[in-house]
Ligand binder design. Structure first.
Ligand code: HEM
Length: 416
């Protein structure tokens, strides 16, 4: 490692303070060349561009072990999670997620549960003067995914579980009270689910067919069952990110409000339009700011040396707003995804790039798109008003969302 790498000032604080704009700003200043910095005391290099995606996802270049800091593991992903594995151990664990989450019938069943819960919830909202969509969508989706996965909903008909799942996502990139809420939520849910895993193992076939059962009986690359804590972490790695689709639902509401024509198109446009809209929400709105791994050996990228052990960052937010990749990137335009394209493996990467089965790309993309495709048209058809509120989406907050969570005032459907 060169001396200037070691002496470079640490950028962890600026990154936390500037949020989504931090990396794209540095990238703009570097003219797109790799940006060298330090994060959490480690030398880091940030890459951007279509060719950066396969470079980052090549296991011979970048590994995940030791890349994710403790505070992120203790909130967002959990210790021992699939996100932290490499090579054969990763491949074996990933096969479990792929078998559960890439099966079209199973994904449809989950979307069907979500619509059922949405209908029940909207009937109840009609009696309330206003609801906060972000929270209510997280409850709807949590109930659906718990039922689908064979996980009991928990206290208050799933509300307490939804609160914990949201807290884990909300608190990973801050040092304040949100972070401590996230840690407590994780501890609580890991304890609850470890107990359930042990119960499933004792009860034999009682829960068979469910995701909970599949995780409980999954064997790793050494043909061993996962210890109950790791199994609980992985059950959470199914239900937590599913509840996080509430962020995209809230962004969808924001887009329909900001561009009312979108609401009309969603009401009349059928499933193809809803799918294109879902992709545009995933591209346009900020969620994952960047991804990180560690250089497994000395590497070269566009003629620049990256020393072994350097943190390698992939600029996700900047990627989706790069005019070289997306014409008029700041225009919200679902039509760019008409006829299914361009959802190329390395072009649309809100949930990672590369290959799902062999790399770290999110196995929950089908679930995410199916939930949005099913629920967003329902939201478009829901009779409601939008009361005065703070609709800004602060880029300094990670993860961000409209400040008031998108308040809406449900109206009973017009008679006749
Ligand atoms: C809210 C929508 C979602 C977003 C924005 C999202 C985003 C991501 C991102 C950025 C990654 C990391 C890719 C990488 O490290 O290279 C990831 C991985 C992962 N996601 Fe998602 N995801 C979402 C929904 C889901 C859903 C619905 C599930 C499961 C039902 C899921 C399960 C996972 C798992 C298990 C991994 C780890 C994959 C691995 O390390 O091999 N995600 N997701």
């Amino acid at each position: 490692m060169e001396l200037r790498e070691i002496l470079r000032p640490d950028a962890t604080l600026p990154a936390l303070l500037e949020g989504y704009a931090w990396l794209p700003d540095l990238m703009r200043r570097s003219g797109g060349a790799p940006v060298r910095t330090r994060l959490m005391g480690r030398p880091a290099v940030a890459l951007h561009g279509l060719d950066a995606v396969p470079f980052f996802y090549d296991e011979q270049h970048v590994a995940r072990r030791s890349a994710l800091p403790g505070p992120v593991l203790d909130t967002l992903f959990g210790r021992g999670a699939v996100h932290t594995l490499d090579g054969p151990a990763h491949r074996a664990r990933k096969a479990l997620f792929v078998s559960l989450l890439k099966d079209a019938t199973s994904v449809d069943a989950l979307a069907g549960e979500a619509v059922k819960e949405w209908d029940a919830a909207t009937a109840e909202w009609a009696h309330r003067p206003r609801i906060e969509l972000f929270t209510e969508a997280s409850v709807v989706i949590t109930r659906a995914v718990c039922d689908w996965a064979g996980v009991p909903r928990g206290e208050d008909d799933g509300r307490a579980t939804a609160r914990d799942l949201v807290a884990m996502v909300d608190g990973f990139a801050t040092a304040g009270p949100r972070h401590w809420r996230a840690r407590k939520a994780r501890t609580r849910q890991e304890e609850r689910l470890s107990g359930l895993i042990e119960e499933v193992r004792r009860s034999g076939t009682e829960h068979s067919g469910s995701a909970l059962h599949a995780v409980a009986l999954h064997r790793d690359d050494a043909d061993e069952l996962l210890d109950p804590h790791t199994a609980a972490v992985e059950v959470l790695n199914i239900i937590r990110p599913t509840a996080a689709v509430a962020w995209f639902m809230t962004f969808a509401a924001h887009a329909m409000h900001r561009w009312p024509r979108q609401r009309e198109l969603l009401r009349d446009g059928g499933p193809e339009y809803a799918e294109a809209f879902a992709h545009e929400v995933r591209r346009f709105y900020p969620f994952a700011p960047f991804l990180g791994g560690v250089a497994v050996r000395d590497l070269e990228w566009r003629g620049e040396r990256i020393a072994e052990g350097t943190l390698v960052l992939l600029d996700v937010f900047g990627h989706h707003h790069d005019p070289a990749l997306w014409p008029d990137p700041y225009v919200f335009e679902p039509a760019r995804f008409a006829d299914g394209g361009p959802v190329g493996a390395d072009l649309l990467i809100p949930q990672g790039g590369g290959d799902t089965a062999t790399g770290h790309r999110c196995p929950g993309e089908d679930v995410t798109v199916a939930l949005l495709k099913a629920l967003v048209p329902q939201l478009a058809r829901l009779e409601h008003g939008v009361p005065p509120q703070d609709l800004s989406i602060p880029l300094r907050r990670i993860p961000t969302r409209p400040v008031d969570g998108f308040l809406l005032a449900p109206r009973p459907p017009a008679a006749g």
